[in-house]
Write a new protein. Structure first.
Length: 58
């Protein structure tokens, strides 16, 4: 997040260009969305594996 903030600050204040700021803004939103989805998927996979180990087989 700090890199995104610095990139946006430089693009908007120093360069005065919203076109240059767009990739940084997209990255800032996308990276947290993908990281959350990845964390959820990994947690669910390990949770399901633990349940199948804990339950005795019939």
């Amino acid at each position: 997040m700090p890199n995104t903030t610095v990139a946006l600050t430089i693009a908007l204040n120093v360069l005065d260009s919203t076109e240059v700021a767009v990739p940084s803004a997209v990255y800032g939103v996308l990276i947290y969305t993908l990281a959350t989805a990845f964390g959820y998927a990994i947690t669910r996979r390990h949770s399901n594996a633990a349940k199948s180990v804990d339950q005795p087989r019939a």
